[in-house]
Structures are given as C-alpha cells and as structure tokens.
Design a protein around this ligand. Structure first.
Ligand SMILES: [Mn+2]
Length: 196
C-alpha cells in the first residue's frame, strides 16, 4: 500500500506555512515555526506517532504567537485530512493515556468527518518558553476542525505545565496513529453509513 502523504502550503498576511506529512512514516521531522517550545511539541508529535513531518512557518511573531500556532494547526489538520483520504480499511477510533512523570493525559479520537473538540485541562502559568499556554487549546481546536475529527483531550492528573502540554501532544500522536491504523477485518469504511 502506498504511503499516505500530503503536501500543503498556505500564505496570508499573518503567516506563510508549508507542511509535508507522511502518516506512514518513521517519525522524522524538520520543523521550524519560530517558536522553540512549539517546535519541541511538534517534534514529539512526529516522533511518537511515527509521522514524518516537515513544517515551516514564517509568522508575525512580532505581534505574538497566536496566528503562528493557530494557522499551523489549521494547515496540519488539512494535511491530516488529505493524507487519510477516504479512510477505507482504517480503525477510525483511537485513544491513548499517556503518563509524563506526575502528569497523566487522555486523548481519544474519532476520524468521523465531524469536527468537535472537547478540551479539559487547565494551566497554572501564562507561558511555557515562548508559547502562550492558552494557545494549546487553540491549536487543538484548529486541528480538530480542519481535519474534521472528534478530538477529546483530558488531563487526568495535572502537574507541571511543560509536562501537561507535552503529554497532550504525545497522547494526540499515539491516538491518531491508532485511529489511522489499518485493520485487515475492515474491508471498506468503518461506518454503517458507508462513508466518513
Ligand atoms: Mn519537554
């Protein structure tokens, strides 16, 4: 079976983004968003989901990190949607509970074609590195809507803010990898409707 890939770019007055994604990759990444902590999160997403991800963003960081992180989420979500294609033969649902030291985070995904984000987590500081913590939810909201996925992220045990955010990105990667996995018992699309 051919690798499921997408290559996209998006340019506005606020951001100029290029993304290359291979869902059937090995976890290689080449990421430069101009935001060190956000790069670190996307590298973890790539590595732990076995997704090859190239992502560059030239954004208006002189304003703040908002447009860069939100728009990267939009384009990554679009790339996920394009790469998974018609979703024939894949499990559709995926979930993972990821520990990171004292923190425990749950992520559950349904590649349903219906966008929804349920985000249950609170941060106790405004920023980690050069990333505003309120942008974590915005990022996952953008991904869930542009990929048309149902995405639940829930902090089961809170703790260090860096740990909570990193555990979210890694749990998201593992859950998405799970949802995208082929199951030989699934001959068509995993839906009684016949399409997702
Ligand atoms: Mn870290």
């Amino acid at each position: 079976m051919a690798d499921r890939c997408a290559k996209l770019s998006r340019k506005t007055k606020e951001t100029d983004i290029s993304v290359g994604l291979n869902i059937d990759g090995t976890g290689k990444s080449n990421i430069d968003t101009g935001i060190g902590f956000f790069n670190h999160m996307l590298e973890g997403f790539s590595k732990h989901g076995f997704f090859d991800l190239d992502m560059t963003c030239d954004g208006d960081l002189n304003v703040d990190c908002h447009h860069t992180i939100e728009d990267c989420g939009i384009v990554l979500g679009n790339a996920i949607a394009q790469a998974v294609g018609d979703k024939k033969g894949i499990k559709r649902f995926g979930s993972f509970i990821l520990p990171m030291d004292e923190v425990l985070v749950l992520c559950a995904i349904d590649l349903s074609g219906r966008p929804y984000l349920q985000f249950d987590g609170e941060f106790t500081c405004e920023r980690v590195g050069d990333m505003d913590t309120e942008m974590v939810r915005e990022f996952f909201y953008a991904v869930s809507y542009s990929a048309a996925m149902n995405l639940h992220i829930k902090v089961l045990t809170p703790g260090n803010n860096h740990h909570m955010i990193e555990a979210m990105f890694k749990a998201f990667a593992k859950a998405l990898d799970d949802a995208c996995t082929y199951d030989s018992r699934i001959k068509d699309v995993m839906s009684t409707k016949g399409s997702l």
